[in-house]
Design a protein around this ligand. Structure first.
Ligand SMILES: Nc1ncnc2c1ncn2[C@@H]1O[C@H](COP(=O)(O)OP(=O)(O)OP(=O)(O)O)[C@@H](O)[C@H]1O
Length: 348
């Protein structure tokens, strides 16, 4: 449905986006995920028609819309700071996009009011049309903003951290509800977030960005389980990262051999990345990492264990089954890495 073809954008000397290529499928819920300043908002604004690329084109259903302005693109958007109009009632806010249409395309006042009521129903705010934004909670306001975005029947819904300012519980509820709404209405949506949990939970596909480039595009499962770069591995999900050297398909951490196969990795320095839950505890046997426990916390059904790798100045965090007794602080454990990614740094 949407094709971004070789999009670049500079601000002064700063390359905010660098040759971005991306296809968004009809009906897809896509997350743009990356740290602050990675270019997510800039890319979303270019899709919306609120900003224009220096190079490259934006296609909607095969049609070049690169130079079309926002009003000509049939997109709805919800931004964290795109506040509601304070002096307008909730219903007038929702109907705003329809009421500013040119006279010929503008529905009657009654029809706009009826549409606003329908949308308020949809976002579960029935009966609140006569209130003013100040009389609503933060979560309710964001739902009004969403209803306002949907009023113009957009082909495409763009959301920039729409729930960023809300507390964790409300945020979680609203995002699930948003996903449901997206499916129910058959929308295509692009969602900007720097919260990886949000991206992994909501999206059909996640676009991981850093420094104006796309690092990886894939399903949540892909980017979590098969990160293509060290950046993705450390940014998406929690990761322990240790400096290792590879010799003849064997992995060495300082002078210790550890039991992680590296058959296809050339000799040289590398990083060994593994998730806190991808370990098992064993005795301090050859091939394991010797760990001195420095902290233990409960996290749902698991113990989060922090520890120092003995003999080297490195700490790691691992998850252990909380059905087992918690390891004591000061105890030594052997840690076997069950699953890891090795990223080559330099050849020997
Ligand atoms: N109008 C502008 N003028 C100058 N620089 C800008 C402008 N808009 C964005 N930038 C710069 O471009 C880079 C990308 O910004 P962008 O807002 O797209 O990042 P982001 O990934 O959305 O970050 P955040 O999560 O903090 O919103 C940043 O370094 C930012 O300072």
């Amino acid at each position: 449905m949407i094709r971004l073809d070789n999009i670049s954008k500079r601000y002064g000397g700063y390359q905010a986006l660098d040759s971005i290529n991306l296809d968004v499928r009809d009906g897809e819920f896509l997350a743009l995920l990356g740290p602050s300043g990675s270019g997510k908002t800039t890319l979303l604004r270019i899709v919306a028609g609120l900003a224009f690329p220096d190079q490259g084109s934006v296609l909607f259903n095969g049609e070049d819309v690169t130079d079309l302005k926002v009003a000509e693109r049939k997109v709805g958007f919800v931004f964290q700071h795109y506040a509601l109009f304070k002096h307008m009632t909730v219903a007038d806010n929702v109907g705003f996009g329809l009421s500013v249409r040119p006279r010929r395309a503008r529905p009657s006042k009654d029809a706009i009011r009826a549409r606003a009521e329908e949308l308020l129903d949809l976002v579960q705010l029935r009966g609140l049309g006569n209130r003013y934004p100040a009389q609503l909670s933060g979560g309710q306001r964001q739902r009004v903003a969403l209803a306002r975005a949907l009023a113009v029947e957009p082909q495409l819904l763009l959301l920039d951290e729409p729930f960023g300012a809300l507390d964790a519980q409300v945020r979680k509820e609203l995002r699930r509800w948003l996903r449901h709404l997206h499916d129910q209405m058959g929308l295509t949506s692009i969602f900007v977030t720097h919260d990886q949990e949000e991206a992994l939970e909501l999206a059909d596909r996640v676009v991981v960005m850093d420094h104006g480039v796309i690092e990886q595009v894939g399903t949540p499962e892909d980017v979590y389980m098969a990160p293509r770069s060290r950046f993705v591995s450390t940014f998406v999900g929690e990761t322990n990262s240790l400096p290792v050297s590879i010799r003849g398909g064997q992995t060495h951490f300082f002078d210790r051999h550890i039991d992680v196969a590296a058959e296809r990795v050339p000799d040289g320095n590398a990083r060994l990345d593994f998730r806190p839950h991808d370990v098992v505890v064993c005795g301090e046997q050859p091939g394991s990492l010797p760990l001195l426990v420095t902290g233990v916390y409960r996290r749902g059904g698991e113990w989060r264990v922090e520890g120092e790798l003995i003999g080297v100045d490195r700490t790691i965090e691992v998850n252990l089954d909380a059905n087992q007794p918690a390891p004591e602080v000061g105890k030594r454990l052997g840690i076997k890495v069950k699953r890891a990614k090795i990223f080559q740094l330099s050849e020997a």
